[in-house]
Unconditional design. Structure first.
Length: 646
């Protein structure tokens, strides 16, 4: 893990080699799986759907919309915004890329720039988007050439950024949040460190409001995170850059595409599009396209000149020359209309972006053509600890001042190459080398005090305190009945499986699952539901994909609709009751990637009123953090052993 760099060249080469590694890992992952597994097997893993029928839905903006459906749609991982390969069944032979715009029970809808080929049945495969990697490279090149608005010496770790405290206040913020606000107004760079439940995004939104009047860019690594900040700033004149398929439908009216189309000047653009379409129709029906085989080396000028004099040449009849000349004349008119259309669209776009109080984009979107040469006074980056450094760099270099919000004690960037260096975000690196440029928010509004105290002391030097009014919230407040099976109203429970439930592994799978532990989770959920808990109150978290799928199947069989997700799926979210199923129980006492305690931190900070952790204490206690957690529950909650389920 490198914290400081000698020069721009070293910085660029360090990150360039890592993102190249990640790009290859991502492509390889999908292509290898397509090669290695049959379509049916890949479908079982949720990364492909076979036997789909397709129908054309219509157009939206510049995209064609297609709906792929099947009656018994299998469970899959394809979600809105993903890039998919559309094929007839053999994606390695022939495919077309499209972007997913909607996912329903029996359908997947996609946007495509080009018409999709005809076939009886289709296959969709989850794939990768290369654009982000190219934009990371561009940002690294700009740092190397010192074309960055943000001071390159701060990026390299060669100059300490200044911190200024300003006398400013917001009624919407608590004392701790206001302390962060005071440091964000004039400092060159500042990190808002927001532990779980401390209102990091709320604080960021208030800081942004204090900068209105300046040219502001707000970004985050994911579309969901961008939309979360947007929700809090809808009262301003805001504009969102990004693919329409990736923007929340209720926020679509703020998208650049929609704003351009709502401008009265766009009526002229529509007229020009109509003229272009009419000319194209005429071109297809009445003329011959001068393909290389038809023109036989003749230039456009030569064809036009020959047509004028009514002559043929090189074995091409005069009649054909005339038809090709007509095609060329119409194409010249079309090109002129395109230039006119693009000029008006560009003018509208410039005006929309210039007049906006705040421009929103993902980190990658900040490198799109719309914002390519635009400069800002200040950039705000949310969830910055979850982004790879080259991703954060894309928006950062567009402004001389930056505010980053995140928590490097929660989930790191998600990567496929497994290179630990890529898991160190810019937020984490800056937090280490510029500690004076960071402030930790200290009051949490989510969880019962007993649930908060362990992560507060384990990960945040006991700084995070619980808001007075929620200190003692329990499931009793929700009308849920007392029951010893789940530890009654006690907020913190550890259920020790005592080596009775052993983990298992499926053939050819890197994941793990624990069938008896999963059945115990089901028993707990059923007991809560019997005692007046609503399904939406409960969340089940597990670190392993195969275990997640196993529990989901048990729930489906019982027709129980409780959310079951990986740790990553619950980041930034909360539930009244959280059950964590840790899976690992083996004679070797190995815990694998559970040893990344940031995942544990995320899991145990999702519940508001009750947390139940199920695991084998002997296996888990090889790690000091888990050992301390179990001791904490023994002293401050309920520690119990499972009855024999075998």
């Amino acid at each position: 893990m490198k914290l400081k760099f000698e020069n721009e060249k070293e910085y660029k080469e360090y990150w360039l080699s890592l993102i190249e590694k990640e790009r290859n890992a991502e492509k390889e992952f999908h292509l290898n799986e397509i090669k290695r597994l049959s379509g049916v097997e890949r479908q079982k893993r949720g990364r492909a759907v076979l036997g789909l029928r397709m129908r054309y839905i219509g157009e939206f903006l510049d995209f064609k919309i297609y709906r792929f459906n099947r009656n018994n749609m299998p469970e899959h991982q394809i979600k809105v915004g993903d890039i998919v390969l559309v094929s007839k069944g053999e994606p390695l032979k022939f495919n077309q890329e499209a972007t997913v715009s909607a996912v329903g029970k029996n359908f997947i809808e996609v946007y495509s720039k080009e018409p999709i080929f005809r076939s009886k049945l289709y296959r969709l495969d989850l794939f990768v988007n290369d654009i982000t990697f190219k934009r990371m490279e561009e940002a690294l090149n700009k740092v190397e050439q010192r074309e960055s608005e943000f001071d390159v010496d701060i990026i390299l770790g060669k100059r300490m950024p200044k911190v200024e405290i300003v006398d400013v206040y917001s009624e919407k913020l608590n004392e701790s949040q206001n302390e962060a606000l005071k440091r964000c107004i004039l400092s060159e760079i500042f990190l808002i460190h927001g532990p779980p439940g401390t209102g990091k995004t709320t604080t960021l939104a208030e800081v942004i409001k204090k900068h209105i009047g300046k040219k502001i860019l707000v970004s985050a690594d994911s579309n969901v995170a961008v939309d979360n900040v947007m929700e809090k700033l809808k009262d301003y004149n805001i504009v969102r850059i990004g693919h329409p398929a990736k923007i929340e439908s209720n926020l679509m009216k703020y998208s650049l595409d929609v704003k351009i189309r709502r401008d009265k000047r766009y009526k002229e653009v529509e007229k020009l599009i109509k003229k272009i379409d009419d000319l194209k129709y005429l071109q297809d029906k009445r003329t011959k396209k001068p393909t290389p085989s038809r023109r036989r080396g003749m230039s456009d000028e030569e064809i036009l000149s020959l047509a004028k004099s009514g002559k043929g040449k090189r074995g091409v009849k005069a009649e054909w020359i005339k038809e090709m000349a007509e095609w060329i004349k119409i194409q010249q008119k079309i090109n002129k209309l395109y230039d006119e259309k693009n000029k008006i669209t560009q003018e509208i776009m410039d005006d929309v972006l210039k007049s906006a109080d705040i421009v929103f984009a993902t980190n990658s979107g900040a490198g799109s053509d719309f914002l390519k040469d635009r400069k800002f006074d200040v950039v705000f980056i949310d969830e910055a600890a979850q982004a790879m450094e080259p991703s954060t760099l894309i928006p950062l270099i567009k402004a001389s001042k930056a505010i980053l919000a995140g928590d490097d004690k929660q989930l790191p960037p998600t990567i496929l190459s497994n290179d630990e260096r890529l898991k160190v975000s810019m937020f984490e690196r800056f937090h280490k080398i510029y500690p004076n440029n960071a402030y930790t928010l200290e009051i949490q509004y989510r969880m019962n005090e007993k649930i908060n105290n362990f992560p507060s002391c384990e990960f945040y030097d006991c700084k995070v305190k619980t808001f007075e009014k929620i200190k003692n919230i329990t499931i009793k407040d929700l009308g849920i009945k007392d029951d010893d099976f789940y530890g009654g109203f006690e907020p913190y429970v550890f259920i020790d499986t005592k080596g009775r439930f052993l983990e298992k592994i499926k053939k050819d799978s890197p994941s793990k699952y624990n069938p008896l532990e999963a059945k115990y989770v089901l028993k707990l959920v059923k007991k809560f539901l019997e005692n007046n808990a609503k399904e939406e109150y409960i969340g089940v978290i597990t670190p392993y994909k195969d275990h997640e799928e196993y529990i989901k199947k048990l729930m489906e069989d019982e027709k129980i609709n409780v959310e079951v997700k990986s740790v990553d799926g619950f980041q930034g979210r909360e539930k009244e009751i959280i059950i964590i199923s840790l899976v690992r129980a083996n004679e070797k006492e190995e815990i694998g990637f559970l040893s990344d305690i940031r995942r544990l931190n995320v899991g145990i900070t999702r519940p508001k009123r009750k947390l139940l952790i199920i695991g084998d204490s002997k296996t888990l206690s090889v790690n000091e953090t888990y050992k301390r957690l179990i001791e904490y529950v023994k002293e401050n909650g309920i520690y119990k052993e499972v009855e024999d389920e075998s």
